[in-house]
Design a protein around this ligand. Structure first.
Ligand code: NAD
Length: 355
């Protein structure tokens, strides 16, 4: 089935939540996670090309609203995203998002998309792509602490990209764990519900923390982390919101996306501002060491960076060339004479009066 995206002068393709679900189902969730991981890795390889800035955050007592812009000089993308840990109590998502991709040459939007699902997919794809470079060889078991909206995506990305076969799940809310276990029932993963975080990390070579709480939390304490593991820390992504005890950070080699943003938002906000960290793009390009020993603790201090959303938006737009999961939005004024914007309104008025 071939569809044609609208030309730059007319309509803007819009991917709704319903369209995104159809896209995920059509491609297959694991296939899409793998392809997204490849896209994100490709853009990490050309890291230096991108315009990079820490995201612009508006904090409140309840949460944060953020704008995440970047550009590779040809396309420009931004995401609007919130993080409100109390939202699930009123039936809302902790994280929702939408984003835009635009043509740098003329500034016209090329795509408007929901990004709540796409954020879960790209976050999981990024985590797994990074783990592929850092995890101990042959890792098969992951502890998944925090079994909310992101957790199934994380588990499936680690299966598809890293080859894990078993997930040990824990959440302070047993209902969240039961939901995740049920959702992953037919995934081909061996999924185990755990009663304590200690039980979840037992025997796991990879530990993912993905909880939501607007405080300095201690999801993992030092004695829970044995040598040689890879920690994928997702939930500490805001000033005043962390998941790991500081002592774990001091025992780990820490890998980050964009240090300027991670020092504000990540686990490393607990450390001195000059504490050494390694940028993931350098590991991926072979310019910095990743895992160098079996006993080393590697920590991906993930906060989510704009290039990952950019890669995901470009991937989605590419898919729309052959998959019809969008509607065309009348988002841009297109007067016959570009300078006659007012005349366009007058012509509309005359037409409405004649009807
Ligand atoms: P969610 O609210 O759907 O799920 C969070 C889960 O954490 C809930 O089930 C909650 O019960 C559990 N939890 C809270 N405290 C806990 C504790 N002490 N021990 C165990 N479980 C606990 O949220 P979500 O959408 O899954 O997001 C999770 C976190 O990931 C959020 O903090 C969000 O900001 C962050 N996030 C990060 C990125 C990134 O790129 N790094 C991207 C998306 C989301």
């Amino acid at each position: 089935m071939t569809t044609h995206l609208p030309g730059p002068f007319s309509l803007v393709p819009f991917v709704s939540v319903d369209d995104m679900m159809k896209l995920v189902i059509d491609i297959g969730v694991e296939q899409m996670l793998s392809e997204l991981a490849d896209e994100i890795e490709t853009d990490f390889r050309r890291w230096e090309l991108f315009d990079k800035t820490p995201r612009v955050a508006a904090h409140s007592e309840q949460g944060v609203i953020e704008l995440m812009p970047t550009s590779d000089g040809e396309a420009y993308g931004f995401k609007y995203v919130n993080g409100h840990p109390g939202n699930t109590h009123s039936g809302r998502q902790t994280v929702t998002a939408f984003g835009v991709l635009a043509d740098v040459a003329n500034g016209y939007p090329l795509l408007l998309s929901e990004m709540t699902l796409l954020t879960a997919l790209r976050t999981a794809a990024t985590s797994a792509m990074v783990a592929k470079h850092l995890m101990p060889k042959g890792a098969k078991t992951m502890a998944m602490i925090g079994n909310g909206a992101q957790s199934e995506f994380q588990s499936l990305a680690f299966k598809a990209v890293c080859g894990i076969t078993r997930v040990q799940m824990y959440d302070i809310d047993a209902k969240a764990t039961a939901k995740a276990v049920k959702n992953l029932n037919d995934s081909g993963l061996e999924v185990v519900a755990c009663k304590t975080p200690e039980e979840a990390v037992q025997g796991a070579e990879i530990i993912t923390t993905c909880t939501a709480d607007k405080q300095y939390a201690t999801i993992l304490s030092d004695n829970m982390v044995g040598s040689g593991v890879h920690i994928n820390a997702i939930g500490g992504d805001c000033p005043g919101k962390t998941e790991l005890h500081r002592d774990i950070l001091l025992r780990s080699d820490i890998f980050v996306e964009f240090p300027e943003q991670t020092r504000i938002e990540g686990e490393i906000q607990q450390l001195d501002p000059d504490h050494p960290v390694t940028e993931m793009w350098q590991v991926i390009n072979g310019q910095a060491a990743g895992r160098t020993s079996d006993r080393q603790i590697t920590l991906f201090d993930s906060v989510g960076f704009a290039t990952e959303d950019f890669s995901a938006l470009r991937y989605v737009r590419e898919q729309l060339k052959t998959r019809p999961y969008f509607t065309n939005l009348d988002l841009l004024a297109d007067p016959d004479d570009p300078r006659d914007l007012f005349g366009m309104v007058m012509r509309k008025q005359a037409k409405m009066a004649a009807e």
